[in-house]
Design a protein around this ligand. Structure first.
Ligand code: ZN
Length: 129
């Protein structure tokens, strides 16, 4: 695995003291934002298991792993911007590079706590759009 001095999530902290510590399991994500950052970083370092594990159990479908791998193959994540983090919601924008062009992924993610651990519940669809 590629070594990162600075955490890919853009916090400015060292990888091992930021998302690295959460991904390796040495500490738990305390907030939805921490979990969101660590999941973004897991995409960068290509840790599929971590992404599956942090998806809410009710959403771990048979093809979840496959779709995560597909994302990883198709895009290279460049930069994460946290737009807003409030309660169980985190709105973010992530810049990526695909085979054809650079792009941006904008999402408002919903998280849920289960047995004192945060999990990714999915994307909130804004009905006003
Ligand atoms: Zn980080």
């Amino acid at each position: 695995m590629k070594k990162f001095d600075k955490c890919p999530c853009g916090s400015g902290a060292a990888y091992n003291e930021c998302c690295g510590a959460i991904i390796s399991g040495s500490r738990k994500a305390q907030t939805p934002e921490e979990l969101m950052r660590s999941r973004y970083t897991a995409y960068v370092v290509k840790n599929v298991d971590y992404l599956v594990q942090t998806t809410h159990p009710t959403l771990r479908t048979d093809d979840l792993e496959k779709s995560i791998r597909k994302w990883m193959r198709q895009v290279e994540w460049l930069k994460l911007h946290i737009i807003a983090a409030e309660g169980d919601r985190v709105e973010f924008m992530a810049e990526y590079l695909s085979a054809t062009a650079p792009g941006r992924h904008h999402e408002c993610s919903v998280f849920k706590k289960l047995n004192d651990e945060w999990f990714y519940l999915g994307e909130e669809f804004d009905s006003s759009l």
